[in-house]
Design a protein around this ligand. Structure first.
Ligand SMILES: [Zn+2]
Length: 354
């Protein structure tokens, strides 16, 4: 507990110390050359723009990879208003951020006013510095804690540089600490356009936000929804995930842009599939806990969790399972766990495909 509290203190208190990637990765020219040879060169200045999809008046989804789940390049988006552009998520590196900005420039020369971050995972935020330099104010939840940065920001930047390559990370600095912190539902009005920043609760991570355009019923859901893999709950919780899905249902989106994978043109289908996955996992783990079955044994007997979707990475499923097992363990000893809530969950689960 104390260690967790201490690391939270560092994360919150030391923005000045997380300015650049650790020098040890780049100071030694031999090391740099060796590392650079391992990774493809960044061609972000010459790469074509990312594919775009027009999903409403002035509303664009910037399409990431499909079929790779949370391992693939994430989706992003932007909204063009008469007073400037609002960007949603910054992708995984300054290199990707530069291509994203160029993609926006292919549509509009309006200044970028805001960058909204749906959460603090590096594949959605590590391009943020590009938008900060372009003059954007960063809108995000102030809670930056994730398992990825549990050993500190420098360690995460170093590890992520190993994933993306030094050239992609050229010019990196952390820029996900919000200029406009959002903890609760908040409305931005930019150029007369209403853009709701929705707080769905800590479902995927502690700092989850979504972007909702009520006039056009378009939702940017971040990683609460993942079309080609599972929604991860390791940094959040399955209870909050069910709440977030109910919230999305209540909005009734016409189009939902998931964090990864294809756009959901019938969002209710993706929401229902995600809910059924979460409910099945909770049901399995709740029964295991009640019957005194050990976590390891239970996880080895998991049913296929990602029915009809292309990516089902075993390690990720296990990580969700471990998280939910411990949630159910806590719930068993929680005298306030409501029988009514359990019955409601069983009813919802009965509507899921078997
Ligand atoms: Zn994420």
């Amino acid at each position: 507990m104390l260690a967790g509290a201490a690391s939270l203190g560092v994360v919150a208190a030391a923005p000045a110390q997380r300015a650049t990637i650790p020098r040890s990765l780049s100071a030694d020219s031999a090391t740099r050359a060796a590392l650079a040879s391992r990774y493809p060169r960044d061609r972000s200045d010459t790469l074509p723009a990312f594919p775009l999809r027009d999903i409403g008046p002035g509303i664009y989804a910037v399409l990431g990879d499909t079929g790779r789940g949370v391992e693939g390049r994430s989706n992003a988006g932007f909204v063009v208003t008469p007073a400037g552009v609002v960007v949603i998520d910054a992708l995984a590196s300054p290199g990707e951020g530069r291509v994203l900005l160029r993609t926006i420039r292919s549509v509009t020369s309006q200044p970028v006013r805001y960058l909204v971050l749906t959460h603090h995972h590096p594949d959605h935020t590590f391009g943020a510095i590009v938008f900060k330099h372009a003059g954007a104010r960063v809108v995000a939840h102030p809670d930056r804690r994730t398992l990825a940065n549990i050993d500190g920001d420098d360690r995460l930047a170093s590890d992520w540089t190993g994933v993306m390559g030094l050239e992609q990370m050229r010019g990196f600095a952390y820029a996900d600490t919000p200029d406009v912190p959002v903890r609760h539902d908040t409305t931005l009005v930019v150029g007369g356009r209403r853009i709701d920043i929705v707080r769905p609760g800590p479902a995927h991570t502690a700092g989850d936000l979504m972007v909702w355009l009520p006039a056009d019923r378009v939702l940017f859901a971040g990683d609460v929804l993942v079309e080609d893999g599972v929604s991860m709950m390791v940094d959040g919780s399955s209870t909050a995930m069910l709440g977030a899905l109910a919230r999305i249902d209540s909005l009734g989106p016409r189009v939902a842009v998931p964090g990864h994978g294809r756009l959901a043109m019938r969002p209710a289908t993706l929401i229902a599939a995600t809910r059924c996955y979460v409910l099945a996992l909770r049901d399995t783990m709740r029964r295991a806990v009640a019957n005194g079955v050990r976590m390891g044994q239970t996880i080895d007997q998991l049913p296929p969790a990602d029915r009809d979707r292309p990516v089902s990475l075993h390690s990720r499923l296990r990580r969700n399972a471990v998280r939910v097992y411990s949630e159910m363990e806590r719930a068993l000893f929680d005298a306030t766990a409501s029988k009514t809530a359990l019955a409601a969950e069983a009813r919802e689960r009965a509507a899921c495909p078997r």
